[in-house]
Design a protein around this ligand. Structure first.
Ligand code: NI
Length: 243
């Protein structure tokens, strides 16, 4: 059930039975030569929508715009400053809380959102806020590593591309050569999207992929990943509501 597809009377009735809501958070940024600009927003939203159906939970409109300054060297990326994103998230969460949503489950799909979202969650009193990324769950990661191993990489991952192939579209393309393989030191140093300035990022990763072999993605993988993510997030959401 979508908050924005509901009437206020339906929301009022819902709040008599549940104070839980799911808020997807993504980004609007390049995802390599075959990944959609909205990849993160679409992954968060589709997993949230599936969870909403399984758990009879409301799903709020996606926080789609996000900080992604390192990707501003690529056309189509639109980056918010961390301060603006923080303020946006804080006002959205406060608005939900004001109406009685006391359990807010943020389903994230963009590494750079985590720090500001955690800051905001720490500031809001009166609501329980759970922040999870869809790759936090073991059953999902087992599929990612079984399908792609190290070629999952960090950005424009075959798993996120596979999910959007199911939910949105498959981009026709010539076969892509594998990207430069990342070292484990690089992965550790850049987790949470701690990347350099846009010129440097584009110079180091000229086609936008960061260690991810996006073209391994297949729609049938996306179906598996989506189902596993929805099952894991649904179980986690129910647990959160009952805490
Ligand atoms: Ni992404």
């Amino acid at each position: 059930m979508r908050l924005d597809h509901s009437t206020w009377k339906e929301v009022e009735t819902y709040l008599e039975k549940s104070d839980g809501i799911i808020l997807p958070a993504g980004s609007i940024e390049q995802h390599g030569p075959i990944g959609l600009i909205g990849t993160d927003a679409f992954c968060a939203e589709s997993i949230a929508n599936g969870t909403g159906e399984q758990c009879n939970a409301l799903v709020a409109p996606t926080l789609a715009y996000a900080p992604a300054p390192f990707n501003m060297g690529f056309p189509g990326t639109v980056s918010l400053s961390a301060e603006t994103f923080r303020a946006l998230a804080e006002e959205v969460l406060s608005g939900l809380l004001q109406h009685g949503f006391g359990h807010i489950y943020v389903l994230n799909a963009h590494g750079a959102n985590l720090e500001p979202l955690n800051d905001v969650a720490g500031k809001i009193a009166g609501a329980k806020i759970q922040i999870r990324s869809w790759w936090d769950f073991e059953p999902v990661n087992m599929i990612r590593s079984e399908l792609y191993g190290d070629w999952e990489g960090m950005h424009a991952t075959p798993s996120e591309v596979a999910i959007t192939q199911v939910t949105h579209r498959v981009v026709e393309h010539e076969p892509l050569a594998p990207p430069t393989k990342l070292t484990s030191d690089f992965i550790k140093a850049h987790s949470g999207d701690r990347h350099g300035p846009p010129e440097e990022h584009r110079r180091d990763f000229p086609d936008g992929r960061v260690g991810s072999h996006s073209s391994l993605a297949k729609p049938k993988d996306g179906e598996r990943l989506l189902a596993a993510a929805i099952a894991s997030v649904s179980a986690d959401y129910n647990k959160f509501l009952n805490e």
